[in-house]
Design a protein around this ligand. Structure first.
Ligand SMILES: Cc1cc2nc3c(=O)[nH]c(=O)nc-3n(C[C@H](O)[C@H](O)[C@H](O)COP(=O)(O)OP(=O)(O)OC[C@H]3O[C@@H](n4cnc5c(N)ncnc54)[C@H](O)[C@@H]3O)c2cc1C
Length: 418
């Protein structure tokens, strides 16, 4: 019997990558991608950056044009949602009623926005940002809105605030925690970004909660804060995190724990089914605890890892995590996981808006957060990928040559070839 091929659920960053890598590595069987959004797979990062600002067209968001899928015989079903998996029959059913048999099934269903649980959250003018349609809706509102309240000072909230302030809006960011981007960056970088936003005219209210959103005639007119303060608002943009999209996998009896649980090779307990990207909880390489990452790098590298395994090259997923965030003139690039680090060393000059924070756990480098300092970021990616470290003293010594350190790591053959 011919193989039913690979079915991929979710036509986002990870889903696209599995299909593209399968073809690139020589897979000749059927590939079907199913996505519920009515568009070709696209990149989300510009939705809160250049695209939101109006500096990038929708066409440029696409990961590939339509012709790519035709040329590589990748069947793309858009605007349809997978609703059930019959694991015994190895078949997926779509909301349209269509059924797809699979030999391998990859779940790349991403995540959905966490909803703000307060009165008034359903008013017109309260918006979220995950999809192209949601970015378009915000852009449309930007045309008229003047008083914008952003709920949540994570990456998405601050990127929206950066765009809105650049467009000349009055922007207030309300954050219940004591510092910005606190889940992901060191206090040094949090403080730097708080100051940068203040310079851009953004009002940042830390340790503050939204109690209620006030409306008139069904439209937002303001918000009530925890300390009894009231703010006017004609647009409320909520960025309070995401929840992995796991319902579909859960209904099929797969284990869920902050994501679809997979092993080091990104397989679920059902050997035919893998999960990747924002929806997948996997063992931290070299660590053992279960983690879930929300980044382009993670979705794409996990897509490649699963494609290789389908082609018989099974290996544990071990890529070094990296991430970026663009806010006006500041490019933040992060490598490694820096949460919980106990020692931080600054390299470069924060006053010149170009520096890095090298973050250590004990004496071991856990990651680097770079602001307008791409060289340090690239250094960190290569150093950590090689399983190497450097000492806090070396990191803090402006005379210490990072490039020379990398050259020492490179195998002699690569050096002579270069
Ligand atoms: C506004 C924004 C800015 C970002 N900026 C950055 C950044 O600067 N740097 C960075 O590294 N990362 C950034 N990210 C995160 C990054 O885009 C995600 O981590 C990445 O897209 C995850 O890829 P994925 O394939 O797991 O999920 P997604 O790309 O979200 O794709 C999942 C797709 O599956 C669909 N789907 C879900 N369930 C079903 C179903 N049952 N049937 C069919 N389809 C289904 C979803 O609708 C979605 O289209 C940003 C994200 C957003 C929203």
């Amino acid at each position: 019997m011919p193989s039913a091929g690979t079915v991929i659920i979710g036509a986002g960053q990870g889903g696209y990558q599995v299909a593209a890598s399968l073809r690139e590595f020589g897979y000749s069987e059927r590939i079907v991608i199913v996505g519920d959004e009515p568009v070709l797979p696209y990149q989300r990062p510009p939705l809160s950056k250049a695209y939101l600002l109006g500096e990038m067209t929708a066409e440029r968001l696409l990961l590939r044009p339509q012709s790519y899928y035709e040329k590589h015989q990748i069947e793309l079903i858009t605007g349809d949602r997978a609703v059930a998996i019959d694991r015994a029959a190895a078949r997926v059913t779509l909301v349209s009623g269509a059924a797809l048999d699979y030999d391998r099934l990859v779940l790349a269903t991403g995540a959905r926005n966490r909803k703000l649980p307060v009165e008034g959250a359903g008013l017109t003018g309260v918006l979220y940002l995950r999809t192209l349609a949601e970015s378009d809706a915000i852009k449309e509102r930007f045309a008229e809105a003047q008083e914008i309240v952003v709920v949540g000072a994570g990456f998405i909230g601050l990127e929206i605030a950066a765009v809105a302030s650049k467009l000349g809006k009055r922007v207030t960011v309300v954050e219940p925690l004591a510092r910005v981007m606190s889940r992901a960056v060191s206090p040094i970088v949090s403080d730097f970004y708080a100051q940068a936003h203040a310079q851009w005219g953004v009002q940042l209210l830390l340790n503050t909660r939204i109690e209620r959103i006030r409306g008139e005639g069904g439209r937002v007119v303001g918000v009530s804060l925890s300390e009894g303060r009231e703010l006017p608002a004609d647009l409320v943009l909520v960025g309070i995190g995401i929840e992995p999209e796991t319902t579909f996998a859960q209904n099929a009896g797969l284990a869920i724990a902050n994501g679809i649980v997979v092993d080091a090779q990104l397989k679920t307990a059902d050997a035919k089914i893998s999960a990747i990207g924002d929806c997948a909880a996997f063992p931290e390489p070299g660590g053992g605890r279960m983690i879930r990452l929300e980044s382009v790098q993670n979705a794409a590298d996990q897509g490649r890892c699963v494609a290789k395994r389908i082609l018989g090259e099974a290996a544990d997923y071990g890529a070094v995590p990296w991430f970026w965030s663009d806010q006006r003139d500041l490019k933040l690039q992060m490598v490694g996981l820096t949460a919980g680090c106990d020692r931080m060393v600054v390299r470069g000059n924060p006053d010149a808006r170009a520096f890095s924070v090298f973050c250590f756990r004990g004496d071991r480098l856990a990651g680097i957060e770079s602001i307008n300092h791409a060289g340090d970021h690239m250094f960190g990616r290569r150093l950590l990928a090689a399983g190497e470290t450097l000492t806090p003293d070396e990191a803090g010594d402006p005379g210490f040559d990072l490039k020379a350190r990398l050259t020492r790591l490179m195998p002699a053959r690569a050096r002579t070839a270069g």
